[in-house]
Design a binder for this molecule. Structure first.
Ligand SMILES: NC(=O)c1ccc[n+]([C@@H]2O[C@H](COP(=O)([O-])OP(=O)(O)OC[C@H]3O[C@@H](n4cnc5c(N)ncnc54)[C@H](O)[C@@H]3O)[C@@H](O)[C@H]2O)c1
Length: 329
């Protein structure tokens, strides 16, 4: 089978491509387990670390370009994992870019999938940014999304498209609303949630980290490994379980910024934790405040989605790979 991963060289897309290579099979929309013969990583540039697997090829271009999308998806795509996006802070700063990539790009991909036989499965990377104030203390599967950012609005509108294309039988779609994924290695990005990784990653690398939100700010989080496992699980769950509701809040864990820094102190010591400095950046703080921090994800648990144990385990997992020498026993 042919699998397309948009955003395939981004943070999560790259890990997803590698996980699919390792896994080797997926269930198609007709319910047959098939071996993955091709994975097309759609993005704007190649990975720094090559995939080193002959099944993976690149399709480099812009998902808001209909001709490019049509050629990348063609009529032989069995599964599409749609992760390419302009992230939250950037979509807020550049309204037109966010609409073009996050909304128009999603529609073009879904339209391109309509040519596939059997109908392609589509897994869409949505976000808890579809929720915004006013919110209950705990967001449940029944909470109405009321996004307060352009990014959240674009994600919600895309979810509705995935739902309607599925209802019409054009695709077999599933949208998963990701928590903030920590810890993201590398450089800070333009997401408003970038600080959640920065307050861990930079101190561990011996650098100061400026935190733009208050220590009491709660963050709903998940690890990259759990997010990738969730994409694959979303693909594999039979469509009968999704029924008419094709969007889902993924499981996660809640910690405040202060609790995250305490966990860093426990794992790596005072000197490392002392490298976080607070300097409130109101536009960022306002976006983050509009997001929910506590969820009851009963439906995802019932559907068997994976969950991290706690923030300490996410942190230790990151440190094992990126800062093993600093990890206290
Ligand atoms: N990482 C998180 O905390 C988080 C949380 C919630 C939702 N999500 C969603 O998960 C998905 C993956 O997130 P990520 O952290 O890997 O992001 P990322 O920024 O690392 O990856 C996104 C990729 O999309 C590509 N892209 C952007 N515009 C494009 C265009 N016009 N054409 C082709 N490719 C384009 C980028 O080059 C990038 O490689 C995104 O849809 C994001 O909105 C992520």
């Amino acid at each position: 089978m042919k699998v397309v991963v948009t955003g395939g060289t981004g943070f999560l897309g790259q890990r997803l491509v590698r996980a699919l290579c390792e896994r080797g099979t997926l269930t198609d929309s007709a319910g047959r387990e098939r071996s993955i013969e091709r994975i097309v990583a759609v993005d704007q540039g190649e990975c720094i670390e090559p995939f080193a697997d002959s099944r993976v090829t690149y399709a480099l271009g812009d998902i808001s370009d209909a001709a490019f999308v049509g050629a990348a998806v063609a009529d032989d795509t069995d599964s599409l994992f749609h992760l390419a996006a302009v992230v939250s802070g950037a979509a807020e700063r550049d309204f037109d870019l966010g609409m073009r990539v996050n909304l128009d790009g999603t529609r073009l991909l879904l339209e391109a999938c309509r040519r596939g036989k059997p109908v392609p499965k589509v897994v869409f990377a949505s976000s808890v940014a579809v929720f915004g104030q006013p919110l209950p203390a705990v967001v449940t599967d029944a909470t109405t999304p009321t996004p307060q950012t352009s990014y959240g609005t674009q994600k919600l509108a895309s979810e509705l498209l995935v739902n309607d294309f599925s209802r019409k039988g054009f695709v077999d779609g599933r949208s998963v609303r990701l928590p903030t994924i920590v810890v993201r290695p590398g450089k800070p990005n333009a997401a408003a949630s970038s600080f959640a990784s920065g307050i861990i990653r930079e101190p561990l690398a011996g650098e100061e980290s400026i935190c733009p939100v208050e220590p009491s700010t709660g963050v709903w989080m998940s690890s990259p490994g759990t997010a990738v496992a969730a994409f694959i699980h979303a693909h594999e769950v039979p469509k009968e379980l999704w029924a008419t509701v094709r969007s889902l809040n993924l499981p996660g864990i809640t910690a405040t910024v202060a609790e995250m820094i305490d966990a860093l102190r426990a794992a790596a010591g005072d000197a490392v934790a002392g490298r976080v400095r607070f300097q409130i950046d109101e536009p960022i703080a306002a976006i983050v405040r509009s997001w929910p921090a506590r969820f009851d994800t009963a439906r995802a648990t019932w559907m068997g989605f994976p969950q991290d144990a706690d923030f300490a385990s996410i942190l230790r997992d990151y440190m094992k790979h990126y800062a093993p020498a600093l990890l206290r026993k």
